[in-house]
Design a binder for this molecule. Structure first.
Ligand code: ADP
Length: 318
């Protein structure tokens, strides 16, 4: 957006984009001091302060999730040209990046603190052999936890920076068979694992990425379903597209959490996820791999009844 101001900061001209960004109407607002129309204190102070060496970042008052960057360039003596850029997107990316670094540090610091605490104890006091063994077991648990977090982070970053996925033909019959065996091993007889397939079309894509995405959905189903529950793995393919789904009879998810589940480190119950060996990165990895295959993830769930995670592939991938 562009606004031209005279020496009294009155509007001489503004284009349609600026009208939308600042809520101005050029027809009626021409000749008005702009600070009477855009009254946000930080904007008024910026304009009257006269130091335009840096742009002003303004969170729009009219439209709360828009962020504007305003840059004033003096011209023709006392006149000013105000340039307005919508930086909502880059502001959001910036925030995501900052949150991510803070989250990673926090996630790693917790096990690290525990490890350091035990190490210090072992160095400082005499403990008997049993006690020592107990400490060592706890320390090894924490170092494994850090290892899973780092492993998941590496997976995530390798998918993010990788070129588009391979276009291999993935043999779904043997993949489903492998997934079933993995599910059984993970469940160790605690769940009833059911496989349902029709139309054995194959997928085009990167096998390791698809295995990791499907495997994550299955391991979640196993981890969040109490013993005695059922886990149903299904695959349906047709000329219109294909669906891979994992349905469980587990603890379920309150609908308010569903839109955020694929965010990195988002967990409904931190303690429960940790006890189940989760890192909070599983569904972020799933979402990324699926995006790369133009697939959509649909989550349906009822607390206390169970969840269904379905992945839809377009016909071009089948
Ligand atoms: P985690 O490593 O914590 O399992 P994920 O990214 O895989 O991380 O999942 C994020 C959160 O979504 C989990 O912490 C859990 O609260 C919830 N969740 C995922 N799958 C299921 C499921 N099948 N049933 C119930 N809750 C689930």
């Amino acid at each position: 957006g562009v606004v031209l101001l005279d020496q009294q900061n009155q509007i001489v001209y503004c284009n349609t984009t600026a009208e939308m960004q600042l809520g101005l109407v050029v027809r009626t607002d021409r000749g008005q001091p702009v600070v009477n129309l855009v009254r946000q204190p930080e904007f008024v102070a910026y304009l009257q302060g006269g130091d335009f060496s840096r742009p002003l970042t303004l969170r729009s008052e009219r439209n709360e999730d828009r962020v504007l960057s305003i840059h004033v360039v003096p011209y023709a003596g006392n006149r000013r040209l105000m340039q307005i850029k919508d930086v909502t997107q880059s502001d959001r990316l910036d925030r995501t990046r900052r949150d991510f670094v803070a989250n990673v540090s926090h996630e790693l610091r917790t096990p690290l603190t525990v490890l350091a605490g035990f190490l210090e104890t072992l160095q400082e006091i005499e403990v008997d052999r049993d006690e020592q063994q107990r400490y060592l077991a706890l320390m090894s648990e924490q170092s494994q936890r850090m290892e899973s977090i780092v492993q998941d982070l590496l997976t995530l970053s390798s998918i993010e920076s990788a070129p588009p996925p391979a276009n291999d033909t993935v043999d779904m019959a043997s993949l489903i068979d492998k997934l079933r065996r993995d599910a059984e091993a993970l469940s160790a007889g605690r769940h009833n694992i059911v496989v349902e397939t029709d139309g054995m079309g194959d997928l085009r894509g990167s096998e390791p990425e698809l295995v990791s995405a499907f495997g994550n959905l299955i391991s979640n189903a196993v981890r969040y379903t109490p013993a005695g529950g059922t886990i149903r793995i299904s695959w349906h393919a047709s000329a219109q597209g294909a669906e891979f789904a994992v349905q469980d009879t587990g603890i379920g998810i309150d609908p308010k959490h569903i839109p955020r589940l694929t965010e990195r480190f988002y967990r409904i119950d931190r303690g429960r996820s940790r006890d189940a060996g989760g890192t909070g990165l599983g569904l972020a990895i799933v979402k990324h791999s699926l995006n790369r295959h133009q697939a959509q993830l649909e989550i349906k769930s009822t607390p206390g009844v169970g969840s269904r995670f379905a992945v839809r592939f377009p016909a071009s991938r089948v």
